[in-house]
Design a protein around this ligand. Structure first.
Ligand SMILES: [Fe+2]
Length: 201
């Protein structure tokens, strides 16, 4: 079994000016590719792991042999998060959530702008590298959280809906130390259609 780098479903320069082409190229073709390569190197020759999905590996990380557990946790987690992240973005589409998703956001936060504000604040406050999420809990409630490094809400039984990447490699070329500016601008390229699809499942 080998994992593969999913191709970006839109051109590298199509999310400009919010994210620059060079950042997208390095982020996808170098950073994400390296996580996939390192994951494959870690599980090479481990036939007992063959056929397991990426989610299965991450959620049941204790079933992975200890000698490669950290490599699988780190690189598998980053592979999952980045694949999810690329799909959370689209160069075009509706600017606001609709339907049942909009209703749930309204119920949990009052309105989309308040949700975005809380999401951005959580992402700005996250110390060091990590990710900021909007997830659906097992009780169907919407919740904002952050994870450090490669962490994901799926290990807590939550269904992630939105993610943004807080690693400096996601924004440093254009925004340098201004993570808050990156987080605010990023909402211009959110894929609300995909988020609604995740919410409905
Ligand atoms: Fe990243």
């Amino acid at each position: 079994m080998a994992f593969t780098l999913p191709p970006l479903q839109y051109p590298y320069d199509s999310v400009e000016p919010y994210i620059d082409k060079e950042t997208m190229q390095i982020h996808h073709d170098k950073h994400h590719a390296a996580y996939v390569n390192n994951l494959n190197a870690a599980i090479e020759g481990k036939s007992d792991l063959a056929g397991k999905s990426l989610e299965n590996l991450i959620i049941n990380i204790d079933a992975v042999p200890e000698s490669i557990r950290n490599a699988v946790r780190n690189n598998g987690g980053q592979h999952f998060n980045h694949s999810f992240f690329w799909e959370t973005m689209a160069p075009q589409g509706p600017k606001e959530p609709a339907g049942a998703l909009a209703d749930a956001i309204k119920a949990a936060f009052g309105d989309p702008e308040t949700m975005k504000k809380q999401f951005n604040e959580a992402g700005t406050k996250q110390f060091g590298s990590g990710w900021v999420w909007l997830s659906k809990t097992i009780h169907g409630k919407l919740e904002i959280s952050t994870t450090a490094n490669q962490g994901s809400p799926i290990t807590e039984g939550k269904t992630p809906l939105i993610v943004n990447d807080l690693w400096e490699h996601a924004y440093y070329l254009k925004y340098q130390n201004r993570r808050a500016d990156y987080l605010a601008a990023w909402w211009n390229v959110i894929n609300w259609v995909k988020v609604a699809d995740r919410f409905s499942k």
